[in-house]
Each structure stands twice: as C-alpha cells, then as structure tokens.
Design a protein around this ligand. Structure first.
Ligand SMILES: *Cc1c(COP(=O)(O)O)cnc(C)c1O
Length: 387
C-alpha cells in the first residue's frame, strides 16, 4: 500500500511541540467578564479584548435578543442578494458617525474586512508597504491582492521612506498598511507621520483600529481620534469584536471608497451578511461608547495603575490597554503564565512564531476593580522574584 498522504501531519505536530510552539484553545465556561471560569477555576481575566466590559453588558444582550426575535437568527444571504437588513445600514451609519467618515461597510469579521479591502484597492500593478508587525489579516490581505509587498521595520519611518523612494515610482497604485495599535506589543503607529509620507508619495493609507476603537481618542473613535487625524481620506478598518463586544468587522472611509468596496470586495460580496444579533449588539455598543466616556476613563485609570506599579519590569513600550512583559525564553514565559494561573490570574504567555520574543501579555479592562489590579501586581512581582 502507498504511504498515506497524511502522515506529515503527525510529524509536523511533533515538530511544533518540540519547539514549544504547540497551542490549544482553553474553554471559558462563563460569561466573558473581569472574572471567568477557566478549566473549573475562577480566574481574573487579563486576556480579554473586551476592553470596556461590553460583551457581558445586559443592554447588548437585550438588543441582540430583540433583533433575533424581529429578524431571526441568520441573515440568510449575502447583502447584495437577500441578506440586507435595515439594521446593517443603521450600524454602518453609526460607525461612520463615530469615525467621522462619509460612510462605512460592515463585514462578517475584522479579518475579512482587511482581506476584502486590501485585495480590492490594489492589484498586480500596485505596491504595498506594510509594517513588519502588522496583524495576520493585513499580511494575508496583501498576499491575496497580488500586489508587490515590501515590509518596513516596525514603526521605522526612515526605513519606510527609503523603501518608498526606491520603489514607489515603479508601480501604479500604492498602499501603506499598519495596525493603529499593535496587537502583540500595545504601541501605536505614528499616524500623523504616516499620513504625511502617504501624501508625499501619493499612497493610500489603511490603518487597522482593532485595538484602538473604543479605547483611544477623545470620543473613543481610535488612534485617528487620538492624534486628531480623522479628516484625512484614509481607510480605517476595525472590528466589532473587541471593545464593542460583538462580532464582525468594518471599513470606514469616503463615500467613493465604500461604494467601490460594495462593488469589489469579494469577502463582502460573496459571504452572508452579519447576523441580526451581532449587528444589533454592535449598534448598542457604539451608542454606549458615545454616551458613557466614564468607561474609557476607568480603563485608562486601570492601565495607569498597572503601568506605574510594573513599569520597572521588561515592559514593551505601550500606549494602549495591552501591556506586555518580556521574558527570555518560551519556557520562562510559559512557566510565568502557569504560575499566574495557579494564583488565579489569566494572562497568557505569547511566544514565537506569533511574536519574535516571548512575553506575558496583559490586557486591561474598564471593569477590572482596583483590588483585582493590585492582586495582579503583587502576584506578578512574586512570580518575577521566583522566576
Ligand atoms: C483581532 C484583530 C483582527 C481581526 O478581527 P476579527 O473581527 O476578530 O476577525 C484584525 N486586526 C487586528 C489588529 C486584530 O487584533
């Protein structure tokens, strides 16, 4: 009999395990909140993207239930066929209003929003310059587009300028892409400088506000709001699944851009519209972001408390709700994560290949109490002393 064509799977998994890169999901058997049930143990959750605590807000649940009762569980078709609901447009208008753009388009996830937008706006004759630490969805969107891709060193404007100077001229359209908050480090992209470079080299600019929306800026509209850069004609992508506590993604931009994407973004055209429940929950979340700035203030107070106490550890420079503490090896990071877990804190080890260096990643929520934060600080200090 022939050698099975699937034996390589077992071998590959062995290699992954030997490198300490093997990963498995862990089940949270409760509502997402500042404390969760993990493998039967109650732990304080420092691993959630639910920055404002909205995923367990009863108002989102009620909105989702009401929408389900009114419109059913599935939207049953793509938006251009039978899947379009008035709720989708309401959500898109609310996103555009928050982002101060002319319009917005809702996708089934942030990942699909990036794939769809990038592959629609550039193609074979074009070029993309992307930050080396960009999210997987930006990198895969670039590949899907078939444009030529150059990666610039993380947040390195002079490297980006050099690449633009060398290569921009050989291509038709040009797109610069960056996470606005880098998801595995917590630092921000230098948005005003990126906008200036984009203008100088006649490049479009796409930023991914997945971890910025709801967290940064006067109005909670993200890093563009934080830097006061909302008036530019850039492409703002984001997700409904982090601070907004729901599921789905969006692109916000000019009328022409959104109109074009409705006609050319394959991951929007050939997929089922967002479910009524997710749509209604996200719409409610945006209303709360707009009307309850005290949640954002509390989040930043919590971030400040942690940074002040733990700033002398190997804290990766951060200006967001994501705080990462560097460790020398994957084994050390794993051991630290395990010790924290035993003490009742869920703050996972993040290792290569997800990031170049091993670390413990802490994400802060508005709903963490000062006592929970203080407990984390004390356990962290004890664990570091031990390890
Ligand atoms: C989470 C994330 C996404 C994907 O968003 P989903 O809605 O979860 O698919 C995209 N970009 C960045 C930077 C993210 O952190």
């Amino acid at each position: 009999m022939l050698h099975s064509p699937y034996t390589w799977l077992g071998e590959s998994l062995e290699t992954i395990k030997k490198a300490n890169w093997y990963r498995q999901p862990r089940a949270l058997a409760s509502q997402s909140g500042s404390t969760v049930m993990l493998n039967g143990q109650s732990v304080v959750n420092f691993a959630s993207n639910d920055y404002l605590g909205l995923a367990s807000d009863p108002r989102l649940a009620e909105a989702a239930i009401a929408a389900t009762k009114a419109y059913g569980t599935g939207s049953t078709g793509s938006r251009l066929t039978s899947g379009h609901r008035p709720l989708h447009r309401d959500l898109e208008k609310a996103i555009a209003q928050l982002k101060q753009t002319e319009d917005a388009l809702v996708f089934s996830s942030g990942y699909l929003a990036n794939l769809g937008a990038i592959a629609a706006v550039v193609g074979k004759r074009d070029v993309i310059f992307g930050d080396q630490y960009n999210h997987s969805s930006l990198k895969n969107g670039a590949k899907l587009s078939e444009a030529t891709i150059f990666e610039y060193q993380h947040n390195d404007l002079s490297d980006l300028r050099t690449l633009l100077t060398q290569h921009r001229g050989q291509y038709r359209r040009c797109l610069i892409t960056a996470d606005s908050v880098f998801s595995m480090d917590g630092d921000l992209c230098p948005l005003p400088e990126l906008q200036a470079l984009a203008q100088e080299f006649s490049a479009m600019l796409l930023i991914d506000e997945a971890h910025g929306t709801g967290v940064l800026g006067e109005r909670g509209a993200g890093v563009a709001d934080h830097f006061g850069c909302t008036q530019s004609e850039m492409i703002q992508v984001g997700t409904l699944s982090k601070a907004l506590g729901s599921l789905g993604g969006y692109v916000a931009g000019s009328q022409a851009m959104i109109d074009f994407l409705r006609n050319r973004a394959a991951t929007w055209i050939y997929t089922t519209g967002l479910s009524p429940a997710d749509t209604a929950a996200a719409l409610k979340a945006i209303e709360i972001v707009r009307t309850e700035p005290q949640r954002r203030r509390q989040l930043w107070e919590n971030i400040r408390q942690l940074k002040t106490a733990l700033g002398n550890y190997e804290l990766v420079p951060s200006e967001s709700a994501i705080l990462c503490f560097g460790l020398e090896s994957p084994q050390q990071a794993l051991a630290m994560g395990d010790r924290l877990l035993q003490s009742g804190f869920f703050a996972p080890a993040i290792r290569p290949p997800t990031v170049p260096t091993s670390r413990i990643r802490v994400s802060v929520m508005a709903t963490h109490t000062p006592a929970q934060i203080q407990d984390l600080i004390e356990n962290f200090q004890a664990s570091f002393a031990y390890g």
